[in-house]
Design a protein around this ligand. Sequence first.
Ligand code: GLU
Length: 402
Amino acid sequence: MRSNLKVNIDTGGLKRGARLVVKIGTAVITNNKNAVCDKVINSLASQISTLQKEGFKVIIVSSGAIAAGVHRMGWQQKPKKISHLQAAAAVGQVSLVETYEKEFKKNGLTTAQVLITGEDFSSRKRYLNSRATFETLLNENILVIVNENDTVSTDEIKVGDNDTLAASIANAIQADLFVILTDQKGLFTENPTSSSHAELIQSVHVDDEMLNRVAFRSHSEFGTGGMETKIKAARIVARLGIDTIIASGFEADILLKIKSRNFVGTTILSGKKSKAISARKQWMLNHIKAKGRLYLDAGAIAALVQYDKSLLPVGIVKIDGRFDRGDLVVCMTETGVEVARGLINYSSFEAEKISGLLSEQIEKVLGYIEEPEIIHKDNLILISSSFEDSKTTGANSSKAEQ
Ligand code: GLU
C-alpha cells in the first residue's frame, strides 16, 4: 500500500511522483454545438505530457460522451429518456476518446480507455481487478481516460455522476490530489451566475459549514451535478486525506499552475494525513453502500473513539433503515454527526430488539447469540479526523457525509 502523501498544500508544490486524478466536465471539453473541443484537449495533453516527464502520474476522468453523441447524431438537445442518453453516450464516447487519442499522441502520450460504474467498485473482486489495471497502466506511464460506462448504468446503479466516480478512483489509487476542472473558477460565496457579490473561496476545510451553503446547482445542460456533487466528491476523498482543487478548465496552464501551487480555484482541504487504514477497510468505507444508521449514546461514542472498542448493543439509542447481518451501517451521535461505519453482526429486526441491552441479555431476548458485539472493532472504521484527534485533544465535531 502507498503511504506518504506527496502533497503539501501549505508549503507549496506537488512533489515528484505525486498521483493526480483530474476530472474534466462536459462544459470544459465540448463547445456550444456539443462537439468535442480539440483545442482544450490539446492544451491538457501538453500540460499532462510536461507533468509526466517530471514524474507525475495522472488519471483523467472525462465527461462529455453524451454531449458529443447528441452532436454526432444531429439532435437539437439533450434527450430526456435514459435509453437515448445511453445511446448518445455510446456514440459520443468514440468521438471523445478518438480526440483524446489524437491530441495526446501529438504530445507523445499513449492513452487507454476505462469504462466503469460504481457498481463495479461495490464488488470487492471487480474493485481489486480494476485497481490492479489502474496500477499497471500508471506504472507503464499510460494516460488512462475513464468515463462512466453509461450503457450499463441506469439511475439505480449509476454512481450518480462523474464527480463521484472520479472520487472513488482517487481513493482506489490513493491519489495525492484530486482536481475537478469545470466551467467555473471554483467555489463562490454565492452563485456567480446570479449574484454580483459572489466571491471566489480560495481555500476551505472539508468540514466547514460554509460548504453546505455554496452547493448550488449548475446551470449547464449536460453537467449532471453542479457544485453539490463536487463538494460531495471532495468529502469522499477527504476520508483518505486527499485534498481537492476545483478550478476552471479554461484557465491557461491550469494543471501546471496547480502543480506549482499558484493559488488557482478553490482548494478543499481534507485536514488529515493519509489514513493508515487497511486496504479492506478502505474498500468498505468507499465502495459499500450503507444500509442503515445507528444512533449512539455518549458512552458508546467514547468507547469507539477514545478506547478503540467494539460497539455493544447497550450504547444504541435508535436505529434507522433495514439491513441484514453483514451489511454496512453508519454510526451517528444522537444529534446526527457521523462517527464511524462498520459491518453489523445483526439484522435491523434483531438490532431493534437488543438495542440498549447488555450483551448478556442478547441470548435471552433473541433465543440465540451471533456475537456479543453489534459491530466488532475489526469491522469498524472511525470517520472524522476531528474524532480521531479527540483521542488526544478531547475535541469532537465533524460533519456527516452528505
Ligand atoms: N458520463 C457522462 C458523459 O460522459 C457524464 C456524466 C457527468 O456529467 O457527470 O457524458
